[in-house]
Each structure stands twice: as C-alpha cells, then as structure tokens.
Design a protein around this ligand. Structure first.
Ligand code: 6CS
Length: 346
C-alpha cells in the first residue's frame, strides 16, 4: 500500500492540485448576472422590507446580480413563501419563528415568554454573537433545505384587545390571535386566554368582526398594519421581543460561487447591524402615531406585581417547549441561556 502511495500519489496529486487551484480561481471570480428572488412577510416599508432593501442594495452595488423583493401578499402567506424557498423557487425568504415552529419546533425558543433581554445593548450583542443562532440553528435549518443567514429583532411585543385586561382572569374567554406556533398556543392557554392561530392576512378582519378579541405583535406592526384601528386597548406585559429569520435556499447557496457566498454573508451581516439600530427607534414613533390617529386608544403597562402571574405561566410554556422538542430543545434552551448570559456580561 505504501509503495502504491509513493508511486502514484505524486502523479495523482499534481494534476489534482492544479485542478483544485483552477476551481478556486474560477469560484473566486464574479459569477454571471442572476436575478435572485426574496420574499418577506411584511410590506416593503416594514422592518423586514427595510432589511431586504438594505441587503439588496449591498448585493447590487457589489455584483451584477439583481434582487427582486416580494412583499407580503404578493406570493401568499408566510407558510407559502417558506415552501417556495425550500423548493428553490425563491432564493431568499424571511420567516419568523412563530410560523417556522411547525417545521422546526426548536425555533420556538424565541417565543418563550420572559426569556429574551429588554436592554438594547444586550439585544444587539445577543443577535450579533449568539451561538444558538449562528451554530445550533444553522444545523437545524439546514436539515430543512434552508441556509440560515441571520435572525434579528423587530421590537417589543404588545397585546391589543377590545377590553382592558390586567390579569389572567381578565383574559378568560378572550380569543387572542397568535401565529401558527404550537408553543404560542400553549403560552396563551397558560395566560388564561383562548389562543386562536390565524394567518397574517386574516388578523384585521377577524378583529373587526369580533371573531377574535385580541392579538399580539410588535409596536411598529400595530401601527403599520392598522391593527389599532380595530382595537381599544394596547397592553404591555413585557413578555417578548419579536424575532425574525432570513434564510436562503440551501442548494442555491451551496451551488453559488465562493464570491457570491461571501457577498451574501457580508450583505446579511451588514444589513443585520443596520436593522438592529433601525428597529430600536420605531417603538416610540409607533406609539405617537397611533395616539395621534386614535386619541382614545388606551395604553396600559402592567406593573411588576401584575406581571408576576404571567411570569409564573411562562414556566408552564417552558415545560411545554421541552415536551415538544425533547433533548434537542433542552440543549437549545441551555445554549440560549449561555448566550444571554454572555450578552449581559459583555
Ligand atoms: O403576526 C404576524 O403574522 C406578522 N407579524 C409581524 C410583525 N411580521 C410578519 C408576521 O407575519
């Protein structure tokens, strides 16, 4: 065997290394101009749209490729666009864990109440450095034919209702719309409400017709989707930070040239840094815009004491998360807690 290697390996090695070098050179060169399709769950002026526009700008300024952005509604609901991205009809897609949870249950770790940080500096550090996002989740998304490019925050989640609520008892019998995540359903059950999963396009109409009596979303979205128009009260219980994820079709990404892969990574990173700062400003302006447009809307922030029963209910949600995800989810949660600790002590 040794003799065989000595005899043949150098002969095989020289042409192989030449071939390898030529391939490296080839993939480092700019690729032919392509049009990349990218669908989002929101409108072009919403956070996902601003992120996608920033990403597009970087790609188009640094290559001959074009990025076509498909805003919410143009290609269907969130579940439709994810399927299109998995099938390779779209190169990029934005889908939030509230919807991805049915496909990748571990993604719901981002929906656990009272887990994610509230301080802007911790939020920024967490999203930029989290091993949960950049290592663990990359593997889980890859199993679903998706290359996870980034995750970023969209602001604090508030709950809109018809009637005032300050306790779990007040929520009894209230149908609260959630994204189609089994964990969100369990969370709102633990909060005392009647969780009602509905697609995004049905929220406004369902509130208007009293089919549901409330829903949760980040402040900028309450304003931009005009959800305040069909609600009387907006309550902050401080339970969550809305998180979303951007993915590429795995085959598309893996078959892209090295130059394109590097450009996609760079655009994702720069757009993430940009959007983390951008989204921070929106909560205050959304609150002002809503009040201006509907002065009699009531804003309520639950006190620490009032939040306590919801914090207790969060323990039930965490146990449900482990039930749904087993040892894999347990490891994800442990890693997330380490990441959050790092963010706190950065
Ligand atoms: O609640 C929803 O369905 C939507 N909320 C936001 C903030 N983004 C997209 C998502 O589809």
């Amino acid at each position: 065997m040794k003799k065989f290697q000595q005899l043949y390996f150098p002969k095989l090695f020289v042409p192989f290394s030449c071939f390898y070098l030529i391939m490296q050179l080839f993939i480092a060169l700019p690729s032919k101009a392509d049009t990349w399709r990218y669908a989002i769950e929101e409108s072009i002026t919403d956070i996902q749209g601003v992120y996608a526009s920033h990403f597009k700008k970087i790609i188009e300024e640094n290559s001959t490729h074009k990025v076509l952005i498909y805003p919410f509604g143009t290609l269907g609901e969130s579940t439709d666009i994810l399927e299109q991205a998995q099938a390779g009809l779209l190169q990029f897609v934005d889908q939030s864990p509230g919807f991805t949870g049915t496909l990748i249950p571990e993604a719901q770790v981002f929906l656990l109440p009272y887990v994610l940080p509230e301080k802007p500096s911790e939020i920024a550090y967490f999203f930029k450095h989290s091993k949960t996002i950049h290592n663990t989740f990359s593997k889980l998304y890859a199993e679903q034919d998706l290359t996870l490019l980034t995750m970023f925050p969209e602001g604090n989640v508030a709950i809109t209702t018809r009637e005032v609520f300050r306790s779990k008892e007040d929520l009894a019998g209230m149908k609260i719309r959630v994204m189609s995540s089994p964990l969100l359903v369990e969370t709102y059950k633990a909060f005392g409400a009647v969780p009602t999963p509905l697609p995004t396009g049905e929220i406004f109409g369902a509130l208007q017709t009293n089919m549901i009596q409330g829903q949760e979303n980040p402040w900028f979205y309450l304003e931009s989707a005009k959800l305040y128009e069909v609600s009387n009260v907006i309550t902050e219980i401080g339970h969550n930070l809305y998180t979303t994820a951007v993915m590429a079709n795995k085959k598309f990404y893996q078959n892209s040239s090295l130059a394109d892969q590097l450009l996609i990574t760079r655009a994702s990173k720069e757009a993430t840094d940009f959007i983390i700062d951008y989204q921070q400003e929106l909560e205050v302006s959304a609150k002002l815009k809503i009040k201006k447009s509907k002065p009699n809307i009531q804003y309520i922030t639950l006190t620490d004491a009032e939040r306590e029963p919801f914090r207790q209910a969060a323990k039930v949600a965490q146990a449900k998360f482990i039930d749904m995800t087993g040892s894999s989810g347990k490891a994800v949660l442990q890693q997330l807690q380490k990441d959050l600790n790092d963010a706190k002590h950065q």
